[in-house]
Write a protein that binds this ligand. Sequence first.
Ligand SMILES: [Ca+2]
Ligand SMILES: [Ca+2]
Length: 473
Amino acid sequence: MNPRFLIALSIASLLTLVRVFAQPVVVSEYYNDNPPQEWTEILVLEDNLDLRGWVVTDNNASQTARQGGVRFKSIPYWQHVRAGTIIGIWHRDYISNSPQDFDTSMADGRVMLAKNDTRFFDPYAAPDVQFPDAPMNLAQEGDIMEIFDAQGNHVHGLGHRATPGSYWLAMPEPKLNTASALNNGQSNRVFPGSVLSQYNGPHGAPLSEACAVNITRTLPNKSCSSSVSNWEFWHAARRPQWTFPRLQATVTSSNVQLAWNSALDPYPQDSTQGYLLVRDSAGQDFLPEQGRIYRDGERIGSTVVLAHLPSTATSYIDPVSLVCGVSYTYRLFAYRYGQDDEYGAYPPPQSTRGRQYNIASFAQVTALKQVEQGPALRTDGSPTTFCDGGSVVLSVPSIPPGYQAQWLRDGAAISGATSTTYRATTGGEYRLRLRRPDGCFVLSDSVIVTVHPSPTVTTFPPPAFSSAKIRRS
Ligand SMILES: [Ca+2]
Ligand SMILES: [Ca+2]
């Protein structure tokens, strides 16, 4: 990475610290060619977004006047668009009937629609349109793809031109402008595009690139010089959020009853989100592959897929009779989107297409058959909620002879924690598991420990500048 790039990037980062945008939709990439082959790729970043009446439009070659494009029709299709939805728009008609080129189903979070498909779009022409017969026609010398909300407010714009035109200069942020022409066969794309703040910057900022290689229609963007992509940004937008997931298991003689708190789903009516519930009896740390569709009853090593559940579900009964001495670990993953229309059940994981699981924040619990009442945990009197750096000591008074102790956090054994006391410094649900001489397990009750990040003080700008703002986070 050359020093000028680093300096420019750090200046761009500083600028975005001062002005923070939360644009709900961004222009991600567009491709210049003869109009029937041209397309624009936009990415939805806000969940359950009403896109009815929104506009995507282009500009003229000198970047001085808005031209035309599409207005999203006022139909239910656009009313509850989910975060992470990828919208590709052909600038004319569908170029083939393959699912790659003609995809109107939004259940997988990706569509490829034609501007001229009046089921989804009304034609849009700006008041100052210069060529009413050819709107949404990318020009080599310069252009801008711009998004407006239903009230006509600027949302985001991505342009290209060696020198910026008056429209681009006057256009509100957030916006980017690649400082070059865009020949036929080239795409202009946001890159690195790994955080939202990188979708805004001054003309020529090293935040977008135009070239004829690594063109990625409705896929995460790649740089002109390497195949690294911003798939993690796309994935993070497409997976459900689940803060502090908690899964509890109650073992009875005939089943295991599971209950959990909910992952965030602002629009459960569309059944776009759900849960994948798995069970393991051999300590395998199963994580689902992104994009892959699993079947109920499917086995992956020692893990079995128990069920797919709607996002409104908060409980499940596993009709399994636990044997004394055997422990089952349950994992519950929140997901968004169905099977990808183009790739099917096994998309390449870094394509971010199809079903996206939150494997960074999921719920887990271990179920054991209790043959005797477990001990109650004690604390040392310290609070169980504290800041980073704090701790609380958990203990039991004594352990019966021959019993082996093991502390668990969120159902998983803590390495080396085998005495009657444990000092907890990280958040989670703590239990003590005792193994009896006959091999059966006994579980204590649980203590939930919550750890908040310590307040940190950041000075900005750096001390070399004359004034400083203090940010607390
Ligand atoms: Ca689709
Ligand atoms: Ca792309």
